[in-house]
Design a protein around this ligand. Structure first.
Ligand code: G1P
Length: 294
């Protein structure tokens, strides 16, 4: 049996150009979905799936993302003294989830390069690692747990796929798939980054959750710049497939939010806020009136 993973990598080195001008000063991973930054939601998802270590790949100037996971004893004491125990719990939550380490990507050379920057953080027994893209919220959580189960059965590498309308497919890494007995698990015969709709091998797209066999780190050293002139994780996965490495996808039938652009972020914030016991009911009413006003 293949052992489960304990290390998760979160590439958070991007410049956040789609969110300028705010990202001049604030990393987008810290934007609050209601009151909790996206990076904490992703860390909680990794921990829920069994990860005990989170390697955050940052770039110079984005230290605040890692800082967020450090304890703040003075703040905790002050809140404690004031009897604000719910806030003490909220402040402590992130640091209690998972052990955070950092890797630095000095230059923005692509997602594949960013993941490769975390190789030095791996331990001898890391036979596979999870990668979670912090822009993607995959809902409900739990897809990594299913992906780990598929790796136990099939070995190799397992990715998460969404069935996307063909006209939107060129924003994604796209899989060439074959059905298995399980309608939610497909064998992958190829993968291509950001194809045109006509050239896309299917409408199954990579959606920000990867369970990668350690062999990926060797493949990442052998790829050359691909789509957008960047070193693409997709191309390293495609290289492994061409060498006979087993790759499967779990098709996730739930929801998804893209936190990386204002439109997607707003939708996520409203979605989470509507479910929030404190803010939800009032927001629902206000939205109804606001929309009726045109
Ligand atoms: C990245 C990956 C792509 C994947 C997408 C999911 O692209 O390169 O394969 O489908 O994330 O969000 P990006 O969105 O960084 O351009």
């Amino acid at each position: 049996m293949t052992p489960p993973f304990t290390t998760a990598i979160v590439p958070a080195a991007g410049l956040g150009t789609r969110f300028l001008p705010t990202t001049k000063a604030v990393p987008k991973e810290l934007f609050p979905v209601v009151d909790t930054p996206g990076i904490e939601l992703v860390a909680a998802e990794a921990a829920e799936a069994g990860a005990t270590r989170l390697v955050i790949v940052t770039s110079p100037g984005k230290d605040a993302v890692v800082e967020y996971f450090r304890p703040q004893p003075e703040l905790e004491e002050m809140l404690q003294r004031r009897g604000k125990s719910a806030l003490v719990d909220a402040v402590r939550r992130a640091q209690g989830l998972i052990r955070v380490e950092t890797a630095v990507q000095e230059q923005a050379l692509g997602l594949g390069h960013a993941v490769g920057c975390a190789e030095g953080n791996l331990r001898g027994d890391d036979e596979a690692v999870a990668v979670l893209l912090p822009d993607d919220l995959v809902l409900p959580t739990g897809v990594l747990i299913k992906m780990a189960r598929v790796r136990e059965e099939q070995g190799g590498t397992v990715l998460c796929a969404f069935d996307i309308p063909r006209e939107q497919i060129s924003a994604y890494g796209v899989f060439d798939v074959e059905d298995t007995a399980d309608p939610d698990v497909k064998r992958v015969h190829g993968m291509v980054e950001k194809p045109s709709p006509e050239r896309a091998p299917s409408t199954y797209a990579a959606a920000g959750r990867y369970l990668l066999d350690r062999a990926i780190f060797d493949a990442l050293k052998r790829i050359t710049p691909g789509a957008g002139g960047e070193l693409q994780l997709t191309d390293a996965v495609a290289l492994l497939i061409s060498e006979g490495h087993p790759v499967h996808v779990v098709v996730h039938r739930g929801g998804r939010h893209d936190l990386g652009n204002p439109g997607g972020f707003l939708r996520a914030a409203v979605d989470f806020a509507l479910q929030h016991p404190e803010y939800g009911p009032e927001l629902r009413e206000w939205l109804r009136d606001r929309i009726a006003d045109g």
